[in-house]
Design a protein around this ligand. Structure first.
Ligand SMILES: Cc1cc2nc3c(=O)[nH]c(=O)nc-3n(C[C@H](O)[C@H](O)[C@H](O)COP(=O)(O)OP(=O)(O)OC[C@H]3O[C@@H](n4cnc5c(N)ncnc54)[C@H](O)[C@@H]3O)c2cc1C
Length: 454
């Protein structure tokens, strides 16, 4: 399709990770794109505003970036993490690789850097215009009109477009307006856990304080700490903890309480966090929830994508990756149906909703696996066995690998196959306490029979 002679005008609300990438996909198809964002331009004023500082970018996200020619460029700003390093209490640290060899890794990248890189790249397209510090306050879908407030001047701004896309995150103002439709369904399920970010700075000699090529996990049953490396050689740690209760963010309100909690549960890592208590008491607690809604569109002129349509908990590191995959799939729908928006949107939701529902469920399951499972011996044996299977049989893929490294397999299929395979393997490893006596070929054949396509 060539829209360049009379480019349809698409208005995006939100210049976050999804909005910035989506604008590039749309401009490449020849659409005129206006992007309205409530924050100041992150290229000029980099702020984090309490959102996660770094993210794991993996194959699904990379595939979408590749489609617009940005994969290699973006990856230059990322650090590879090739496995999980488990720091369990009272045990030796255990490294669990993500895949069969070093070519399987996920990438730690700064959220604000990634956002700025995408916006800088989008600015190269004359068809894209950004309007920062514009807050969407309402939408009149009947009149294709978005009502905004320009923050510095408090002026009311009215913008019109042929199509309106809400890429304004979990608290989407565009979605709120869609809720007024009689057939709109929405649910938000919050975890009882929230999160808080903390820092492990570089050592005095300017080096990484812990191994930089891994995602570090300190699993402690009802809570856990993780750490991802940054290019400045610091680590961003995230503590996931209950919001309320005897051991909770609510109970840790003083320096003494924080110090005591870390002395008891994270003594090894505490020594690496000189600013622990001040950071802990200063940094906000973030909420974690799963948002589901339906439909994601109005037939002829409006669509939700990214977190605005399907925010998930972060335990599979897939929220942004799924949102980038949204951009790729929407692009394919436009390729097929052109400007027949009703068809484009309908097909987009048909293709995406089962998959975003699947990754939402997988992400919640992974919370419990990371928190509890990694402390169970049978689970660790299963990981070891999976590693042997991956190394020996080229067609064997772990569930993690299906979700993270296999973008050609849908999330829904990864969920179905991965869960069947894991159930079988875990049951096997609960019975087999000594893996050195196990005949791998027999395990592989039995697994193939039990879970045929694995
Ligand atoms: C702790 C944590 C860790 C995470 N880790 C990972 C990870 O490792 N890997 C991964 O893939 N994903 C991860 N995620 C998920 C990821 O952050 C989101 O999926 C991703 O940010 C979604 O991008 P988005 O652009 O759709 O939404 P957002 O990033 O929320 O962007 C929405 C944009 O819209 C703007 N906006 C909002 N309201 C308005 C309005 N009314 N008017 C104008 N503009 C507006 C916002 O300012 C923002 O810029 C994590 C999330 C959290 C909370």
């Amino acid at each position: 399709m060539n829209a360049s002679d009379n480019p349809a005008h698409i208005l995006l609300v939100g210049a976050g990770l999804t909005g910035a990438l989506l604008s590039i996909f749309l401009a490449k198809r020849g659409f005129r794109v206006s992007v309205y964002e409530k924050r100041p331009d992150p290229c000029l004023y980099p702020t984090e505003e309490g959102r996660s500082i770094n993210l794991a970018l993996s194959h699904r996200g990379i595939r979408a970036l590749k489609q617009v020619g940005l994969d290699e460029y973006i990856l230059q700003h990322a650090l590879p993490m090739r496995g999980r390093l488990l720091h369990s209490q009272g045990q030796d640290d255990r490294y669990v690789p993500y895949g069969k060899d070093d070519s399987y890794y996920i990438n730690s990248i700064s959220r604000s850097r990634l956002n700025s890189l995408l916006i800088e790249e989008a600015r190269r397209y004359p068809l894209i215009t950004f309007y920062f510090e514009h807050v969407c306050e309402g939408v009149d879908f009947e009149k294709n009109t978005v009502f905004l407030r320009h923050k510095p001047t408090e002026a009311q701004v009215i913008a019109k477009a042929d199509v309106i896309m809400g890429v304004d995150g979990a608290g989407s103002a565009v979605r709120k307006q869609m809720q007024a439709q009689h057939n709109f369904e929405q649910s938000v399920d919050f975890l009882e856990h929230g999160y808080k970010e903390l820092t492990i700075p570089p050592t005095a000699s300017g080096d990484f304080a812990i191994r930089p090529d891994a995602l570090h996990i300190w699993p402690r049953k009802s809570f856990m700490l993780i750490a991802l490396p940054n290019v400045d050689k610091s680590f961003t740690c995230t503590l996931f903890l209950a919001n309320e209760g005897p051991v909770s963010f609510n109970s840790l309100q003083s320096t003494e309480a924080v110090e005591d909690f870390f002395d008891t549960h994270f003594a090894d890592v505490k020594t690496l966090m000189p600013q622990l208590s001040s950071e802990f008491l200063k940094n906000p607690v973030g909420l974690l929830g799963t948002l589901r809604c339906n439909p994601w569109y109005r037939p002829y002129n409006a669509l939700l994508l990214g977190d605005a349509a399907h925010a998930i908990v972060p335990f599979y590191g897939q929220g942004m990756n799924a949102s980038f995959e949204d951009c790729l799939v929407l692009d394919q729908c436009i390729e097929t149906y052109g400007r027949a928006w009703a068809k484009v949107f309908e097909r987009f939701q048909q293709l995406r909703k089962p998959n975003t529902d699947a990754i939402a469920a997988l992400a919640i399951e992974n919370f419990y696996e990371m928190r509890d499972g990694v402390t169970e011996e049978a689970f660790l044996r299963m990981k070891q066995l999976e590693h042997q299977l991956e190394n020996t049989y080229p067609d064997y893929r772990s569930k993690y690998s299906m979700v993270t490294f296999s973008p050609e397999m849908s999330y829904a299929e990864a969920q179905r196959l991965g869960n069947l395979q894991n159930e079988w393997l875990l049951a096997f490893c609960r019975q087999q306490t000594n893996l050195s006596t196990v005949n791998l070929e027999e395990v592989y054949r039995a697994l193939k029979t039990a879970v045929p396509v694995a």
